[in-house]
Design a protein around this ligand. Structure first.
Ligand code: ADP
Ligand code: MG
Length: 337
């Protein structure tokens, strides 16, 4: 008999979790992205011990019926893509069908969800269903991930301080709020409210909630279009700068990404206006046919490949440069609300 065997699902999920679930913030990211994909207009995140003790995400999205709720924890279970064709036209944040299976394999999960007709509450430990009963009828999903990494002590050991882990989640939630001004977000740690947006779709208001009203008022709006892409954004006038590039947020078709060349185009747009070693606060939304963007580069989906990059960079640099220059020539426009 050969030595090779196919590992059981629980073991393979735990291995996959090593990639998908790095820290509490990665769990928050996956759960909130699921809530966004479910069409929620209100998403609340409640944390204890920076999420190491508990992460609860409550949404008012589509919810799931009993059957889907149970299937959702299986690896490669997704409602978002069906065939290879879809893979090149992704419009949802999720598509790999791995998050819930991975998260459940390294924590204790309670999921209460309903599509408005049928609801279920299911409890899992280490990926195994240990309890289920009829759930709420309110449409939406309420999921709690408790005792993250309770069965993977090696990973738990790598967690940084509460403050550091919390910092990662605050940063993530801020970016999601900037990406989706039309969704009302709330982030609460124990009893402290760390972020609250109103979901009215006003990006400048989200900027004020995150960076303060005074800074939000000192940001210029810019936009532009090529045959393939549309860009819109806000960026601070050179008077307001930061010591790190981390205040530049880039979103492509509703996904927060890290993209060196786009970041460089934003900074280059300032030409010599920025002091050396100082960077703007900026938010850039790029929209284009999903066919032009490849997000299937890494499981975290934070890297992206953009086609026709050269034209896009020129568009970003020019439109932002013009807006910044105009603000310097006519500072009174900044006084407008
Ligand atoms: P993916 O998001 O890649 O599809 P997940 O493991 O994150 O994979 O979720 C599996 C499936 O569970 C999703 O495709 C979706 O159908 C369902 N689901 C997860 N979270 C929610 C939610 N908050 N509301 C509605 N459906 C959800
Ligand atoms: Mg998902």
């Amino acid at each position: 008999m050969g030595k090779i065997h196919i590992m059981d699902e629980f073991l393979s999920n735990k291995i996959a979790a090593g990639e998908v679930v790095e820290r509490p913030a990665s769990v928050v990211k996956e759960l909130v992205e699921n809530a966004i994909d479910a069409g929620s207009t209100s998403i609340e995140v409640l944390l204890e011990e920076a999420g190491l003790m508990s992460i609860q995400v409550i949404d008012n999205g589509s919810g799931m019926d009993e059957e889907d709720a149970l299937v959702s924890f299986q690896r490669h279970a997704t409602s978002k893509i069906i065939n290879e064709h879809d893979l090149f036209r992704i419009r949802t944040l999720g598509f790999r069908g791995e998050a819930l299976a991975s998260i459940a394999s390294v924590s204790k999960v309670t999921l209460a969800t309903s599509n408005g007709d049928s609801g279920i509450e299911v409890v899992l430990e280490g990926g195994h269903v240990v309890n289920k009963r009829p759930g709420p009828l309110r449409k939406g999903t309420d999921i709690t991930v408790a005792q993250l990494f309770y069965n993977t002590p090696a990973r738990l050991k790598y967690m940084k301080t509460i403050q550091t882990e919390l910092g990662h989640t605050i940063d993530l939630m801020n970016r999601l709020a900037l990406c989706y001004p039309q969704i009302a977000f709330k982030l609460v740690h124990h009893d402290h409210e760390l972020l609250k947006t109103n979901g009215r779709g006003d990006l400048r208001q989200v900027l004020a909630a995150i960076y303060g009203l005074a800074n939000a008022k000192k940001m210029v709006h810019f936009e532009g279009e090529t045959a393939d892409y549309k860009v819109t954004g806000y960026a601070t006038i050179p008077e307001i700068t930061r010591a790190s590039k981390n205040y530049v947020s880039i979103f492509v078709n509703g996904r927060w990404v890290r993209h060196y060349t786009v970041q460089k185009a934003i900074i280059d747009a300032y030409h010599t206006y920025l002091p050396i070693g100082r960077f703007p606060i900026a938010v850039l939304h790029i929209e284009g046919d999903p066919f032009l963007t490849d997000v299937n580069v890494h499981p975290s989906k934070q890297q992206i490949r953009l086609s026709k990059e050269g034209d896009l960079m020129k568009l970003i640099e020019t439109s932002l440069h013009n807006a910044v220059r105009a603000s310097m020539q006519a500072p009174e426009i900044m006084k407008k609300p």
